[in-house]
Design a protein around this ligand. Sequence first.
Ligand code: CA
Length: 564
Amino acid sequence: MREGRDLAAINDAVTSAVVVHDARGSVVFANAAARRIFAAAAAWLFGDGVLAERARLREDGTPMPYDELPSVIAQRLNETVRNVVMGAVAPDGSVRWLLVDAVPILGDDGRVREVVSSLTDVTERRLTEDVLERRAFYDPVTDLPNRSLLEDRVAQAEQGARMLATSVALLLVSIEDLGRVNERLGHAAGDALLVDVATRMQAQLREQDSLARFAADVFAVLLPDTDEAGAQRVARKLLAALRRPFEVAGEVEELSAFIGIACYPTVDAEAGTLLHRVELASESARRSATGVASHRRSAAPGADRRALADGLRGALERDELTIVFQPIVRISDRRAMGVEAQARWPRPRRNFVGPAEIAALVERFGLTRALFGRTLRTALAQSATWRRSDLALGIGVNLASGNLLDPGLPALIEGALRDAGASSGWLTLEVPENALAIEPERAREIIRELVGIGVHIAIDDFGAGFSSLSVLQRLSAEIVKIDRSLVRRLIADPENRRIVRIAVEIGHSLGMQVVANGIEDTATLEVLVGLGCDLAQGTALGRPIAGAAILPWMARTNTTSSDA
Ligand code: CA
């Protein structure tokens, strides 16, 4: 009952006309606005007879043939057709100008089942020539639809989804730090950055999706035929694309972004419109750890991550992070061959913030470059100190996906090596497997460049991500580190044992060293010996400790191992 009333209310409130055709071209639905605009059945305007053709005008005022109808083109090409200006001649001879979008909806068999056309009456606006200048509906900076056109499309999409029992998702993508860029580099640079942001987002979207400039630093994405899971996937893709550093006015800028999601249909009957719900979701996303929140799941917002991130930004600026080093041990003789540098954030009167949470915070709030730079410089300085004591430990530093795609990365590394008086061969960059999946081509190129500098590459967290084993083959990596999630359940889960065995075999066949990460007990270590792993890392072999404590630790453990 409520559903029916809601539908009727939306139907009346929508100012745009919505007309749905079936596959044969017959009108199967027209909303109240359509009836208002046409003052008669919509069918005649969309017919293929001579009278109908005379009643339709192209933008230049000439008759519009049936073949040129947006709905007919959308059906024929199975493509969304947008922003066609079409005139409708009323029986009294007056003309209404309509801005028409036509979106094909596919059936289960993959063929066009219906075409949803939305028609916005732009007669008045056309008279003032706003439409010709696109000003009424388009944002002048990005040339994207503006908020008023988007709101119209959202209302149409929601109504269309109700009628056709399909789903639709709306995302609000808020870009933080744009104000900071405007202040520092000027508005022209800020505008150029906005265009880059829009271009990057557009590249992640399908042709039928709409990207719009919703507010100064907020974009909206309308995804027809998309459910909650699909919307989450798109949000993650968009965030990954946006967290890659931007080049603006010769400078490298990292932006942080958060995304609110609302979908139709929703489990919550009292939920309100998509626009209302997406704004609530956006508020939750602002405070969330991941930067993504959907309205359905936004009941319990997380702690205020923004405040935590501001604290971390300050700590990085003041060099307050502690860098600790976890030994990486050769399994055959238990000798430490290297260490992995990890950042800890000691907060006064509170607990340390661990590496996983730091990693999430820096990705979310655009601090990956600052964290990597600090960790790298501290690690290389420590490495130089060890070398002066004849301790030749390799040193691993973690890269985030944002770092890997940072065009300034090679220069940053070369500078840090020079300043520390370190040799590039001391350094291993640990690249998480899932960072390779975002832009494989670019990742491969940057890795080639890094190998050219002389640093070693380890593929980190291997087995946790989505890339296939073939990724290993095409990279010039020398080390593969198997993710702790596989190692931790090695004894309990035979499937994990098989995956690790295959990873070891493939790593070896490509001439790589295989490191197992996350070893917490000696039983697991014994299994890894059987699987042929070369190196191991974990609390069972050595906890992360301060740089100055490594030498005494080595003296102690080497005695132990030769005793054994
Ligand atoms: Ca690592």
